[in-house]
Ligand binder design. Structure first.
Ligand SMILES: [Zn+2]
Length: 119
């Protein structure tokens, strides 16, 4: 949550201001890594199984699951690239001229908040 002056208004009792935002960011990163690590082997196994008439139906299913996981990975990657800084509310990795630090930058290109720092 970001107020009109750009400061975060997020509060959950005694939790530090940005904990929930960082938790969601970490979750997106981890899910993306898992999707990427599963997608490639499934696509390779599915493609190999298509060569055998006996395994072709299962190979097609494995290929579809691998393809779906690669779509999930790309979607999560784009979501992470569009991550908004919890302090300034701007894109964390991109400035106003769409020039940013290489992903994954360790600090906000707009306000300098370091990744996973609190307040
Ligand atoms: Zn910022």
């Amino acid at each position: 949550m970001v107020a009109a002056d750009g400061r975060s208004t997020w509060s959950l009792g005694s939790m530090p201001a940005y904990s929930e935002t960082w938790r969601r960011f970490r979750l997106g990163t981890r899910l993306g890594v898992v999707a990427a690590l599963l997608a490639l082997p499934l696509i390779v196994l599915g493609a190999l199984a298509l060569d055998s008439p006996q395994w072709a139906p299962i190979g097609m299913l494995v290929l579809v699951v691998g393809g779906a996981l690669s779509i999930v990975w790309v979607a999560l990657y784009w979501r992470q690239l569009a991550f908004r800084c919890p302090r300034c509310g701007q894109y964390f990795f991109y400035g106003k001229l769409i020039v940013g630090k290489p992903f994954p930058a360790r600090s906000c290109v707009n306000c300098g908040l370091r990744l996973f720092d609190e307040a």
